[in-house]
Every structure is written in structure tokens, then in C-alpha cells.
Design a protein around this ligand. Structure first.
Ligand code: MF3
Ligand code: CO
Length: 252
């Protein structure tokens, strides 16, 4: 499938879809505290998405059973919300959420501390976020796709962290997952040339230890093989001829 270039009309719809999602994430972040279940986080998020007249795009996607992916500690991504999974002080929790507004998808993830967390965990969250910003320095027309991948990997690797290889970012628009695939780890080719009007979900998943992951028996939850923590940070980004527009962050 060719990489789609969004028209001005489509970009306006993507902006609105992503603006709503950034509000959803702000409100979800305020719910995070010791004692809340991952199920309650999902229920709150799904209701919120629907309150904007939008549809959660993850729900039933390839059979995924919830609106929000809630991944705790060694869970990398795609954690399934459960009533009996209660957040505890010191945990870190990644929330991955997306929605459809007038046919246009948005996708973003944040990792939050639960109460007071260790210095090591706080650093992992911060470096993961910073690796995204290191990557998007190359998210502009004229750069090549894998410039982004290489910058993310170079940044996170400096800290001795493992950059997940089994899952990648992606184009996004009228579908949640469009071409191109966007690895977060070092590539030896340059990848496609970026063009204004591409919309990309860039999403580093960074592990404190090994980059290697496994799947739990639920066939969804991705966990680190060494049991150490993982963090996830994702935004939907618009490529322009200048600075990229980070569509899923609140406008300042
Ligand atoms: N951000 C994730 C992704 O791009 C969200 C999809 S999770 C799923 O793959 F549940 F929808 F599969
Ligand atoms: Co995504």
C-alpha cells in the first residue's frame, strides 16, 4: 500500500481527531493513582471517547477486547484491562489510546508513574519521551523515514536501554495502521523520503534491560523477557516542509 498524503481537508479532520485524543489523555492521566484497577481506567477512557461522539478504534481491532491498552511495569504494550489488576504505589503504567473522528484515526500513548516511583523508573519514562523528540527532529519533508528510527535508537541506547524491535510505529489516517512501518531501532537503509501531508504514529517502546519481548498466553500482552520495566510514548505527527506538527499534544 502506498503511503497516503493527506489533503488540507483531511489534515483538518486529523487535527481535530488528535486534539480530542490529547484531551482524553490529559483526563486519563489525572485518574492514575494507587488503588485504581486497569479495568476502571479503560471504562473511564471509553466513556470519555464516546462523550465526544467518537469511536474507540482499538476496541475489537483484530479482536482486542478493550478501548485502552493498559500495560503495567514489565508489560510493554497491549495489556488487557482487568478488574483484578490494581495499580500500586511505585508501578509505572503505559496508556495507549486512539479514536475515530469523522472517519479519521488518532493514536497516542503516555507512561505515567503511580504515586512515588523509583528514580530508575522515572528516568526510563523520561528517556523514552525524549527519544521520541530526538526522532522527530527528522520528521520533516526531505528527510528519510529511517533517520527517525536511527535517532530514536541512538538516543535510548546511550542509556543502556533495550529498544523493542518486534513492534513498530505506523502511518495513520482513514485506517489505524497504514504504511509505512516505522521501526524504533537502527536501520541500515534510508527508508522512504518523507513528504508534507504524511501523518505518522511514532511510538518508541523502550525497555530498562533487554530489548527482547514475549507474548503472554492471552496472545496480546507483550512483556519484557527479563521482567524489567518498559515505557511507551507515542504521538500522531504531521509531516510539513518545516517543523513537524505533533497533533496529539495540547496546543500551547
Ligand atoms: N498504538 C497501538 C498500535 O499502534 C495501538 C493498537 S492496539 C490494538 O498498534 F489493540 F488496537 F491492537
Ligand atoms: Co500506534
Amino acid at each position: 500500500m502506498a503511503v497516503s498524503i493527506k489533503s488540507a481537508r483531511e489534515i483538518a479532520l486529523m487535527r481535530e481527531s488528535c486534539r480530542i485524543l490529547s484531551e482524553v489523555h490529559e483526563r486519563l492521566g489525572e485518574e492514575i493513582r494507587p488503588g485504581i484497577s486497569t479495568w476502571d481506567i479503560n471504562a473511564f477512557g471509553e466513556k470519555l471517547i464516546r462523550s465526544y461522539g467518537c469511536v474507540p478504534n482499538f476496541l475489537n481491532y483484530n479482536g482486542y477486547p478493550a478501548a485502552i491498552c493498559v500495560s503495567v511495569n514489565d508489560e510493554v504494550v497491549h495489556g488487557i484491562p482487568k478488574k483484578e489488576r490494581i495499580l500500586r504505589e511505585g508501578d509505572i503504567v503505559s496508556l495507549d489510546a486512539g479514536l475515530i473522528y469523522k472517519g479519521y484515526h488518532s493514536d497516542a500513548a503516555r507512561t505515567h508513574p503511580v504515586g512515588k516511583i523509583s528514580r530508575e523508573a522515572a528516568k526510563l519514562i523520561e528517556v523514552t519521551k525524549r527519544s521520541f523528540f530526538a526522532g522527530i527532529r527528522y520528521a520533516r519533508a526531505g528527510c528519510h523515514l529511517f533517520d527517525i528510527s536511527n535517532a530514536i535508537d541512538a538516543y535510548a541506547s546511550r542509556f543502556g536501554y533495550g529498544v523493542v524491535r518486534d513492534l513498530v510505529g505506523h502511518g495513520i489516517g482513514t485506517h489505524l495502521h497504514e504504511d509505512p512501518q516505522i521501526p524504533n531501532f537502527r536501520q541500515w537503509r534510508r527508508g522512504i523520503r518523507l513528504q508534507a501531508g504524511m501523518t505518522l504514529a511514532i511510538e518508541p517502546m523502550i525497555n530498562m534491560g533487554t530489548w527482547k519481548v514475549s507474548w503472554l498466553d492471552d496472545d496480546w500482552t507483550v512483556v519484557t523477557r527479563d521482567g524489567r520495566c518498559s515505557a511507551h510514548y507515542e504521538n500522531t505527527v504531521l509531516i510539513t516542509s518545516g517543523e513537524p506538527e505533533i497533533l496529539t499534544l495540547p496546543r500551547t
